[in-house]
Ligand binder design. Sequence first.
Ligand code: DGJ
Length: 543
Amino acid sequence: MIRSALTTAIAVCVAMPASAEPPRLVKRGAATQLTVQGRPMLLIAGELGNSSASSAAYMAPHWAKLRAMHLNTVLAPVSWELIEPKEGAFDWSSVDSLIQGARANHLKLVFLWFGAWKNSMSTYAPSWVKRDQARFPRAQQPDGQSVDILSAFGAETLKADQRAFSALLTHIKQVDDKQNTVLMTQVENEIGMLPVARDYGPLAEARFGEPVPAALVDYLVQHRATLVPEMKRMWADRGARTQGSWTDLFGPGDAATEVFTAWYYARFADALAASGKAAYAMPMYVNVALNRPGRAPGEYPSGGPLPHLIDIWKAGAPHLDLLAPDIYFPNFVEIVNRYKRPDNPLFVPEGNNFDRPDVPANAFYAFGKLDAIGFGPFSIESGDDKPGALGSAYAVLEQLSPSILSAQGTGRMSAFKPRALYDETVVYEPVVETIGDYRFTVSFADIQRPTATPETATYCGTIIQIAPEEYLIAGQGITVTFQPVGDGPELAGIDSDWEGSFDATGNWVPGRLLNGDQTHQGRHVRLPAGQFTIQRVKLYRYR
Ligand code: DGJ
């Protein structure tokens, strides 16, 4: 009897597809990785322009081009108006054609749910929502004028958006739970109130008159030591009050108003994510439209998951796995460092437009320095058929993926690019970092031509330790010198330096053995500018 029960249990286990669980986020050391069918994956990605995914014919020629650029994942909008043109009647053709196009080209997908909000506005909501202002109220300005933005306080709006979103997740589960073509979903797109800091409609007014919810206060109290500096100033330094109005707790004017907006947007997005996950529990995130310095909330989308509001979103939306920055500003390094946190793995869904020259360097930095789970520039299908610099960078990142994944979260890897400031000033100083038993100095200006040129801003690289004295060094336009750290002999030399590549099965295929002029007679490792390459370098110590 016991034996036959055991046999049945084994039979059930064997019959279960290995991929029965949705993709999920898994901690690995200090990093968090996206695991698909039990294996970690880097999302070497790109996001489609907004309207491309609405037409299978438009997309048809693009899929193969994206794969040829070495993308493994495409971020594609799913629009509410296309999947639910009549209330309660769902049409999955746009979703299914994306899944088919991706599968046929060995690509994965991240779906972007363009539901109640897309870039603040509500233009992707179906006609039956747009036209029924009584049931689906709009946000209002102080003079009562409504805007083309659904109010976050409309109970019917949340219910309808939840129903559509959970129908989408149910459908994905039905058609994709074995293949896991769809890896994550983005909840709405760049949420935030315009052109004023909050909704002034009657529902919003009533809520603004209530005390700050206890759930938010509890979070702030519990996380007091780790609040972002702006939230410390806004709440903790003003007395860390635990009861009172929004203004009592967060200060007068825009400050309290924007926190209020962020909290209720976060609660809406959380409810949406919760209902989606109840249908199919894949990772979910929101993306953020960043603000320009000196602008007031409302001039930029107020209350989005901005750097100064991360705590509010973490408190209000525990069902979201991460907050993801869309970065169209030059100060990429500063921004991504704010979104890489123990409670927030880094994912960059829109890392500028695909043709910006610093995009490849930003991808290297995100994966190698900050253990990103994914990176994708915007409007990825818009280029011509030549893979270009991004294709060259992605080809190398694709080859390095197993090494990057095994080094993330372990301290065996770093990545380098010249840091740019918001005003576009580029900081070219060499970067010094210790990886394993060697200290590396990475310079961006050409040693033969030490003054920085505009190209210098695109130079970048990653160093991955693969054995005690062995490193993969990849990128373009960098010069790397090295010194031993710790006790023992004072100097380091190059034992061997091979250029090469990894084949499709992950085996290293050596090319030239670099020496002589290529290593400046053993003084440095140099990755030439203009093409992304990999070198496998063994170091040694001598006196
Ligand atoms: C950010 C948005 O998230 C995208 O959908 C798109 O509108 C781009 N901006 C355009 O730059």
